[in-house]
Design a protein. Structure first.
Lengths: 803, 164
């Protein structure tokens, strides 16, 4: 259930409209990578390492090769000699990464041998026949243990398990701590979970020796994917053609699949046959390299008796696993909202990215912001408890006020706009907070464990990659553009061309709505096409909650150029200035003289056929491209690490009520309200849908989902029977209350929303559970707060009470 | 070595399909690879996620946990069979579009199958009954909210049509 304040000044934007994507999906007509079937296609299966760390002594593949239907067996020795290591986001050139292990394995599940066969089943049969002899080596799976001087090294050549470490100090932190009346310190731990889409990662690759072109169909959400594939395969960029018209069955940040694609591409070239590599669930969970942040926060806060928070110290240790790509940067993105929605003048942030012998980490929805928000919001509740102050009053006291925007935080970013107090008030009103408190208290009197959780969190959006520069001094990336091409054909139909694949975000709806708004044409009539990577304009893909802002802005920019061209043609033919043209629904007339008019069809025909009637110098045909740079982007950091990162900041206030069964410790979320302000919504159903989904994802991270490791380095939750994704029975009815504070930086006032819900739900749920545990005198700051962990806490608290 | 085949004959979406299949071929692989009914998706291959749900003699089952040979002589309906005879989306599918009950679309066919089975046996389900019925189908995009709304919407529309 969602309630919305629809902005009035738009025709299509902000209105409830059916999506363009829906009909094909409800009829089973999506085209996912597993639906791409090419003649002569071969199938890949993988042999995975059973050891977290070992030397490969010998690989015996004769029996596998002898099996009928087996076409090739590839080991790391051959593959690593023929391809380049994948790129990583920090300056650590010795931390190499290939799709297949060579000489050593560094985590249980790592791919060691690839088998190619006529069917996936035969390839799996052959994989069973491969014998790999290992010499087990020491390993480390605990990130703090990995920091010790005597820890086994994951990459010996790197000389350390630390990939990145820096201490940022923004503002007078030591002075604030010395001068504040109160201080608290605590540890908060975000467990290793991830996005875990229902579709695993898959890729199909085909090499054409005639054109020397590698075609790739993949379930990706990855910036600069084609360039990286080409580089690893030692091909020129224009020898790789990535097809973006593949429906991606969920991603939420995680579907990167570089190693898979390089492997499939290599095999396709080697064998001259199309190659399909689609992970099964075990391969996905163990060797898909898509685990999420695994992070320990040591938090310190300094504050006054009235609740004013003066300074923070945040020490974050993040375990990226055995190999890395962009994962360490997930410690960098939260710098853009390091103090959350609060006025905190001095901050020390000390991120450490460490490697262990575990499955590698990949990007997860929010890129590290949700764990940070969780730690910040636990801090707010702990500060309130320390002072005996109401949690809501403490937040209200510290929230940035509406009249303070744009508000620059100590780490360099300016927040664009917001009305945090109003959104929080709306959420509290929607859940009827005083009644909820009475309900909780009645439940407690009846002997139940009941708690209310609140979180007030930010969603940075607009996806500027300025953290790349902060985390790698050799990197000078200061643009993160996106683009759109708009064409009007001879028959007057409008097409928007985009250069990225989608994983459920509704980009076709977004682009058609925006173009329709600008051109005043029905979005239902506008087609959105996906170029392949050789014909596409530049895009940085739908990461960083950026497409409403960036693709929406690019589509609007191109549509405006079309509109201006039509007006120029009209003015030329109606013999007046462009200022005198009244444009309405694509037709035009002269202001003050409506009998002088032309239709859309007439204008389009002139553009396509009648050069003699075009204004001098105008390009014939009717198409326009627009490449948009991230608003506020382009800057380099200061020496002390201050930089404007993301441009826009959406806000969400969660209020959740939980009851925990005192005997089984099963938590039940009984009420859930999320107040949400992401500026102007292009399509409210899409925004609400992503927010509901983000909350459900956050429920999983808070209560259920964990890639757990045994002490002997094995992943203990590699199936859906032990890695628990919330079902409709764990996710309660959700209520969203909208508020709209437009962004002054974007085309229509929109902000991003792709990470909404997920950025505040774990924090709110953790606070609710701790409120429920408070009468027992115990706390739990480690996610996920599984029933078993809760039961242990409850039992221990009761045992203490009895003794 | 070609695995020995077994002859099967299955009614799929109202049409008879025959063929020779290896004993170990799963029903979902047969539907997708042999009949080219790619609407049924594979999510976990161990019976948890429900993406591969099909109607088997009218009951929602996991086609990744069944062998094709087990379908011999039975009736299977996939998402492609839920559309009307004119090929247009049925009431339930239309309701999914109306309430935006899908994002990436990957779990959608399985959800539709589960919801279809529910509404056939219980045309007026409560919210709790809807959640129970789709409780074996995992969705990572929607948080289930708009799916529950879609099924409620479809139930109301179907009741309205029945009352007419």
């Amino acid at each position: 259930m969602a309630s919305a304040d629809a902005p009035g000044e738009f025709r299509y934007i902000g209105k409830r409209r059916r999506t363009k994507e829906g009909p094909r999906f409800v009829q089973g007509r999506g085209r996912y990578v597993a639906d791409v079937a090419l003649p002569g296609m071969k199938h890949v299966a993988l042999v995975m390492s059973p050891h977290p760390s070992a030397r490969i002594v010998a690989i015996r593949t004769e029996a596998a090769r002898a099996l009928a239907g087996v076409r090739y067996v590839l080991t790391g020795e051959q593959f690593c000699a023929a391809t380049e290591s994948l790129q990583i986001g920090v300056d650590a050139p010795q931390v190499t990464r290939y799709a297949l292990a060579h000489e050593v394995v560094r985590y249980a599940g790592e791919w060691v041998v690839a088998i190619v066969a006529d069917s996936r089943a035969l390839a799996e049969d052959a994989a069973e026949l491969v014998e790999v002899e290992y010499e087990p080596l020491p390993f480390v799976v605990d990130p703090e243990r990995a920091l010790a001087a005597d820890a086994p090294l994951v990459h010996a050549a790197h000389g350390s398990n630390v990939l990145y470490h820096r201490r940022f100090v923004w503002g007078p932190v030591d002075e604030a701590f010395a001068g504040a009346a109160h201080r608290i310190a605590f540890r908060a731990v975000w467990g290793r979970s991830s996005t875990v889409p229902i579709e695993t990662f898959g890729v199909v690759a085909r090499w054409d020796p005639g054109t020397e072109l590698l075609d790739v169909w993949a379930s990706i959400q990855m910036p600069k994917f084609p360039d990286q594939v080409a580089r690893a395969l030692r091909l020129p960029g224009n020898a790789v053609r990535v097809h973006y018209d593949v429906d991606v069955g969920g991603s939420y940040g995680g579907k990167r699949g570089l190693k898979h694609t390089v492997l499939a591409g290599y095999l396709a070239m080697k064998l001259g046959a199309p190659m399909r590599l689609i992970e099964d669930r075990l391969e996905n969970m163990r060797g898909g390299d898509a685990h999420g942040p695994d992070r320990i926060f040591d938090m310190e806060a300094a504050f006054d008796s009235d609740g004013t928070i003066r300074a923070l110290r945040i020490r974050a240790v993040d375990d990226v696993g055995a190999y890395t790509g962009r994962a360490p940067l997930q410690l960098g993105k939260p710098i853009t909202a390091i103090c959350g929605p609060y006025r905190i003048a001095a901050i020390e942030y000390e991120p450490t990215s460490v490697m262990t012998h575990k499955t590698p980490q990949e990007a997860v929805r929010g890129f590290g912001q949700s764990p940070t928000n969780f730690a910040l919001e636990r801090m707010m509740d702990r500060v309130a408890a320390h002072l005996g102050m109401d949690r809501i009053a403490l937040r209200r006291h510290n929230l940035i006020r509406k009249d303070e925007f744009p508000y620059r935080i100590p780490s360099g970013s300016a927040y664009d706009s917001g009305d945090y107090h109003t959104v929080l008030d709306k959420a509290l009103a929607a859940i009827d907070y005083p009644v909820l408190v009475a309900e909780r208290d009645a439940a407690r009197r009846a002997g139940r464990l009941a708690g209310i959780g609140i979180s007030t969190c930010l969603e940075p959006s607009g996806g500027n990659a300025a953290f790349e520069i902060l985390f790698n001094p050799k990197n000078e990336t200061t643009t993160w553009m996106d683009s759109c091409l708009v064409r009007v054909d001879l028959a007057g139909a409008v097409t928007g061309v985009i250069g990225t694949s989608s994983s459920g975000q509704g980009h076709e709806t977004l682009v058609s709505t925006v173009i329709g708004e600008v051109l005043e044409r029905d979005p239902a009539s506008i087609r959105v096409a996906r170029a392949d990577s050789l014909s596409a304009l530049p895009s940085n893909s739908p990461v960083g909650s950026r497409m409403a802002i960036m693709l929406g802005g690019a589509a609007a920019g191109a549509a405006r150029m079309i509109r201006e061209a039509l007006i120029a043609i009209a003015a030329h033919n109606l013999d007046c200035s462009v200022e005198k043209i009244d444009y309405r629904d694509g037709d035009v007339s002269v202001i003050g003289d409506p009998s002088r008019k032309m239709t859309w069809d007439q204008l389009v025909e002139i553009a396509h056929r009648k050069y003699h009637r075009l204004p001098p110098g105008m390009e014939p045909g009717l198409q326009a491209k627009f490449v948009w740079e991230v608003p506020t982007g382009g800057g380099l950091p200061t020496p002390d690490g201050r930089v404007q990162m993301y441009p826009c900041y959406a806000f969400e206030a969660h209020v959740v009520y939980v009851e925990i069964d005192p005997d089984t410790a099963r938590p039940e979320l009984r009420r859930y309200v999320c107040g949400h302000d992401c500026g102007v919504m292009i399509n409210p159903d899409i925004v609400h849908g992503m927010t509901y989904g983000g909350i459900a994802h956050g429920i999983g991270a808070a209560l259920y989902e964990k890639f757990a490791y045994t002490p002997d380095g094995q992943l203990a939750s590699g199936t859906f029977m032990d890695y628990l994704i919330p079902s409709a029975l764990e996710v309660p009815a959700l209520t969203i209350v909208d508020h709209c504070t437009p962004s002054p930086l974007t085309t229509f006032g929109q902000k991003g929303s792709g990470e909404a819900g997920y950025l505040g739900a774990p924090a709110a749920i953790a606070n609710a559970v701790n409120d429920a545990l408070a009468p027992l005198g115990t706390t739990l700051d480690t996610l996920p707060m599984t029933p078993h962990e809760l039961w242990r806490k409850i039992s221990a608290a009761r045992a203490t009470a009895r003794s | 070595m070609t695995p020995r085949g077994h002859r099967i004959s299955v009614e799929v979406n109202g049409h008879m399909h025959g063929g020779e299949v290896p004993a170990r071929l799963t029903l979902v692989d047969w539907l997708r690879d042999e009949l080219h009914l790619s609407g049924t998706h594979v999510g976990c291959e161990h019976g948890i996620c429900g993406a591969c749900s099909v109607l088997f003699d009218g009951e929602a089952v996991r086609s990744c946990l069944m062998f094709a040979v087990q379908a011999d002589g039975h009736r299977v309906t996939t998402v492609e069979g839920l559309s009307g005879e004119d090929g247009r989306p049925g009431e339930l599918q239309d309701a999914f579009c109306e309430t935006h009950a899908l994002q990436c679309g990957y779990c959608t066919p399985g959800m539709l199958i589960a919801a279809h089975a529910l509404l056939r046996g219980n045309p007026h389900p409560t919210e709790a009954e809807i959640r129970e019925a789709i409780g074996g189908n995992l969705c990572r995009c929607t948080g289930y909210q708009q799916i529950v709304e879609a099924i409620e919407h479809a139930a109301a529309k179907l009741a309205e049509r029945g009352a007419r």
